[in-house]
Design a binder for this molecule. Sequence first.
Ligand code: GTP
Ligand code: MG
Length: 331
Amino acid sequence: MSGGPATGTGDLAAAVLSGDRRALARGITLVESTRADHREQAEALLEHLLPHAGRAVRLGVSGAPGVGKSTLIEALGLLVVGRGHRLAVLAIDPSSSRSGGSILGDKTRMAELARHESAFIRPSPAGTTLGGVARRTREAMVLCEAAGADVIVVETVGVGQSETAVAAMTDLFLLLVSPGGGDELQGIKRGIMELADVVAVNKADGDLLPAATRAVAAYAGALHLMIPRHRDLPAVALPVSAMEGTGLEGLWDELLRRRAHLEATGELRAMRAAQARDWMWSEVREGLIDRARRAAGPLAAELEARVGDGAVLPHLAAARILERVLQDPEG
Ligand SMILES: Nc1nc2c(ncn2[C@@H]2O[C@H](COP(=O)(O)OP(=O)(O)OP(=O)(O)O)[C@@H](O)[C@H]2O)c(=O)[nH]1
Ligand SMILES: [Mg+2]
């Protein structure tokens, strides 16, 4: 790149817009970087690209470990690119630093999809905070859409708050469950079920088929008792087999039907507006916390220790840190 960072960013933006996958990968690396100069370039890049984003179908997929997310995303992804779409798969996985990159393993598991010219799979960055990973995933989504992806799948492992983070950046939320039935239903937090547009009971094949059929009925009953996320569009439960491919056409059609409904009623626009507002405030939160840590310096560790010992009340410690930020607003 020549001509300083501004020109470089412009060139990169043009390359991303032309659908150049290597440029897209480089752009995502830039938004993932924590270096201050990279951050500046990332922001310039996003400013170029944001007007070209926003048209994709954004689908969140979550489910417990081993439920079949990777298998499903590969199979559904192949179906989607087979219908002429351009697909990007991103992941929110704040635990990936601990597990050594489960999504990296996924890329090899989704081998056929990863090789497809219309699919782009991006392993999750090793993140320290959910907020940090979520920010980078949101920004990566903008880049993928600018590069021409019209379907974005954001995957997360269903073990924590990451479902809420994914639901806050997507149009549709697919909860994948296994045919465990009643017991398992108890284990899934109500709040997560309430986010779902579709609960897909996976592994509805072979010996597991009868259990899967019962589970679909149990989930349908449970969903029936909940307040739907979208009025006139109650969530549904469906059986699928990611391994055998059964139910996937129906699943995709159901997702598209719901997306079309949300678009027609204006709910999609309202949802995206609310998401943009949330994004803004979460940036404020993350930014303030970053600055507070920098402004507090060694005082942070000292106060953490004293709060831990019960020597200082947390809100008083917080007030002291906030005072520092206000004295030193540039961080
Ligand atoms: N019988 C059956 N097995 C399946 C199906 N889908 C996935 N599996 C199996 O379930 C296991 C876990 O599948 P993955 O796709 O790796 O599950 P995952 O949810 O991505 O797991 P993590 O990434 O560890 O959270 C593998 O052994 C798959 O072969 C299915 O539709 N039917
Ligand atoms: Mg997986």
